[in-house]
Design a protein around this ligand. Structure first.
Ligand code: HEC
Ligand code: HEC
Length: 366
């Protein structure tokens, strides 16, 4: 059965069981325990978030993987968001059309559906708005304009049919809003819970985590105070507070010349996406680019840690190669901020890493 349908059924199982029984369908909690909810640990809003018709998401998927929407006909969204890397790309910074390097690490798109702002600096609010940016960014798909993209669609009868099916109520002309709505619908299907951590913490399966990971979880929540930002709620955990903080990663790239670099920052608005991915120094300004507040210089959105073991290298600039080093960096910087070093033994650090590795979902969408 479709994973989403199944998940929804489980959420309302107590109401459904008598109905199913009446219809002669057996459903048992024991079977559910053996084959747990793929959405375990995600916010309950998951079923609402995924409301788009399957035809729309299927169209979005085709658009996502189509390399014709790029200057060299080689780049698609999936170039930088690869299904087998939890929709990240394994590189420090992403490279787009004609091998042009950007300035930022490509984040995983798994569970991006739950984010309240998008990009490391939060410069976009919805997946629809976000999906417009890469096509015309010279360091990504590199199209001259959106007309080029719409032209490919207009000349492809299969696309025309798919758009007609997905947006039945609209008129026959495909516009950029249809394109971004379809892509956003696809991205919203890229959700996954049910990691060993979820089965331990939300599913009550004491055997789902190793002793080391259980110890790591305690350090994460208590000594390390990691969950202050990488948040865990009572009934779900996204491991982000949707807010912006600094770890001073990459700050040495701009310190000393801040005044000049700030002058190069575009006024918030249309030029921002290009400037950020073209100018590595401007990119380091982080959240400041959106708010204009000096206190936001060098701040980046707290990344979710779900599936983090699959998405090396780390941080907004991809400058940290391994999970062990990322944890070291956090321990060091948290100590600096608290004015009191956070001292952990080698084993405790291993436990933290072991815990982070337990956040990998058993089954990832692709
Ligand atoms: C050349 C590589 C590249 C291509 C192509 C690309 N992306 Fe990205 N994507 C990135 C990078 C790098 C970021 C982070 C940029 C930033 O934060 O400034 C990103 C961020 C995102 C985010 C925000 C995720 C988050 O956690 O905030 C979404 C959603 C996304 N991309 C979807 C897409 C879609 C849809 C397409 C195709 C239309 C696409 N990307 C094409 C590299 C790429
Ligand atoms: C004050 C908020 C805050 C606290 C506390 C915090 N983090 Fe983070 N964490 C962040 C932010 C922000 C980033 C991204 C920084 C950047 O890219 O420059 C990050 C990045 C990470 C990354 C890299 C993830 C990726 O996808 O690149 C890991 C791993 C991580 N933190 C683990 C931890 C651990 C373990 C602790 C506790 C010892 C912790 N964090 C405490 C805010 C926080």
């Amino acid at each position: 059965m479709d994973a989403l349908v199944l998940s929804h059924l489980r959420r309302i199982a107590h109401k459904l069981i008598p109905l199913l029984a009446a219809a002669g369908v057996a459903y048992s909690y024991e079977a559910a325990a053996r084959d747990p909810d793929p959405m375990l640990g995600l916010p309950a809003s998951v079923t609402r978030i995924q409301g788009a018709p399957p035809a729309t998401a299927a169209l979005g998927k085709r658009l996502f993987f189509d390399t014709r929407f790029s200057a060299d006909a080689k780049v698609s969204c999936a170039t930088c968001h690869q299904p087998d890397r939890a929709f990240s790309d394994g590189k420090p910074v992403a490279t787009g059309t004609e091998g042009r390097a950007g300035t930022r690490n490509a984040p995983s798109l798994i569970n991006a559906a739950f984010l309240t702002t998008l990009f490391w600096d939060g410069r976009r609010r919805t997946l629809e708005e976000q999906a417009r940016d890469p096509f015309v960014n010279p360091n990504e798909h590199g199209l001259a304009d959106e007309a080029q993209l719409l032209d490919v669609i207009a000349r492809d009868p299969a696309y025309r049919q798919q758009f007609a099916d997905a947006f039945a109520a609209d008129d026959a002309v495909v516009d950029i809003d249809h394109v971004t709505r379809a892509i956003a619908a696809f991205v919203r299907t890229l959700v996954a819970g049910n990691s060993p951590f979820d089965r331990y913490y939300f599913g009550g399966d004491a055997s789902a985590l190793s002793a080391s990971a259980i110890n790591g979880l305690a350090i994460f929540r208590e000594r390390g105070q990691c969950a202050n930002c990488h948040r865990m709620e009572k009934d779900h955990a996204l491991f982000t507070d949707h807010d912006f903080h600094t770890l001073a990663v990459g700050l040495d790239r701009i310190s000393g010349r801040l005044a000049q670099i700030v002058k190069r920052a575009p006024v918030p608005g249309d030029g921002l996406d290009r400037a950020v991915l073209a100018d590595v120094e401007v990119a380091e300004l982080g959240r400041f680019l959106v708010t204009g507040k000096p206190s936001d210089i060098g701040k980046f959105r707290t990344p979710s840690l779900r599936n983090v073991a699959l998405t090396a290298p780390y941080m907004h600039d991809g400058s940290i190669a391994t999970l062990e080093q990322a944890v070291e960096r956090e321990i060091y910087y948290r100590g600096l901020e608290a004015n009191r070093p956070l001292v952990l033994t080698t084993q405790q650090k291993r436990d933290l890493v072991e815990f982070l590795r337990s956040l990998t979902s058993d089954a990832l969408p692709n």
